[in-house]
Ligand binder design. Structure first.
Ligand code: AMP
Ligand code: MG
Length: 319
């Protein structure tokens, strides 16, 4: 493996293991994270969801809306992408079972500046779900219930741990507040997401993203074509975005139009477009909730790298 030349980038592996053993935060975070996963699964399975196994490499993956370094594998002359998200696989998954989820590892080789956000890793896990024929409101409602269920159970069982790390954590009440991107921009200017997270009392939905600011697969709003039928959940107290989701484009012509509008290049989506062209894709909606960020929020941790073992933070090189 090539050595990283920049000073201070390589994490000392021995010191890291010593830190895992002496800093109780890791021990507590792992326990809470394991319980977040258990309660999330319990909740979704009780609602009739089926868990399907994550896909780590594929000929198609999420283009993302921001620039990351490419991660590709050559295999017998064919190219695999390392999964950035399973969005396109979820659209096929819902054809097999109507309600699906996966605990999906994603690799996004983020630029080092992202370290400062406190919520970016390059290797993270999202609980990614999709529901056939659902509207975005159904998914937002479902996720409100999931978050309430998880936080309530964690507070019931581990109040001592939560008191130690995040004594102000409350069970949010339904419905969570909603604000459109246009309203948020008027209220807070271009840095609206940070301001929203800082000023809101509880988790808040940011909805109606602008068409060029999101990926091609989020559905265009026919009544307001400049915006999409999608959403983010913004955690309060400055913890920032925790969920992204929305309704999906499923019609071939519209998907082509949207890929072209984003300038993504149709050739990278050949396999996906072939499936869409055959008319297989059905309307669906879904979202992904980042597990490390959910852990960070529940425990009030300063950086998401403390929310798991073997975290890979942007710009750092570690075991
Ligand atoms: P996205 O659809 O790209 O917003 O990803 C879904 C969710 O995964 C986000 O709302 C976050 O909770 C989580 N997530 C996305 N990117 C990262 C990252 N670089 N590090 C940690 N979590 C992330
Ligand atoms: Mg997002």
């Amino acid at each position: 493996m090539e050595k990283v030349k920049s000073e201070g980038r390589k994490v000392d592996s021995v010191k890291l293991v010593e830190e895992y053993l002496k800093n109780e935060t890791y021990k507590d975070a792992l326990l809470i994270q394991s319980e977040i996963l258990r309660f999330s699964r319990e909740f979704l399975l009780s609602k009739g969801f089926i868990e399907f196994l994550p896909v780590i490499i594929s000929t198609i993956t999420d283009p993302l809306n921001h620039d990351v370094f490419d991660a590709q594998i050559d295999y017998y002359g064919y190219k695999y992408y390392v999964t950035k998200s399973m969005i396109l696989q979820k659209q096929v998954g819902v054809l097999v079972h109507d309600k699906i989820f996966s605990v999906s590892p994603n690799l996004r080789l983020e630029r080092e500046e992202k370290y400062q956000s406190g919520r970016h890793l390059i290797d993270f896990v999202q609980l990614d779900l999709e529901v056939k024929n659902a509207k975005r409101e159904d998914i937002m409602d479902l996720m409100e219930d999931l978050i309430i269920y998880v936080i309530k159970n964690i507070l019931d069982k581990y109040s001592d741990i939560i008191l130690k790390y995040h004594p102000t954590l409350k069970i949010p009440s339904k419905p969570f507040e909603k604000i459109t991107v246009k309203e948020a921009k008027l209220l807070y200017g271009n840095d609206y997401e940070v301001a929203l997270s800082k000023h809101s009392e509880g988790p808040v939905w940011l909805i109606d993203m602008l068409i060029l600011e999101r990926e091609f697969y989020d559905k265009q709003n026919a009544k307001d074509p400049e915006t999409l039928l999608d959403f983010d959940l913004i955690y309060p107290e400055g913890f920032g975005e925790g969920i992204s989701g929305g309704e999906r484009e499923n019609e071939y012509e519209q998907i082509v139009k949207r890929i072209e509008l984003k300038g993504n290049g149709l050739e990278s989506y050949e396999d996906y477009l072939n499936i869409a062209k055959e008319g297989f894709l059905e309307p669906s909606a879904g979202c992904g909730i980042g597990i490390e960020r959910f852990t960070r929020y529940i425990l009030g941790l300063d950086h998401v790298e403390k929310s798991r073992l073997f975290a890979k933070a942007p710009g750092k090189f570690s075991i």
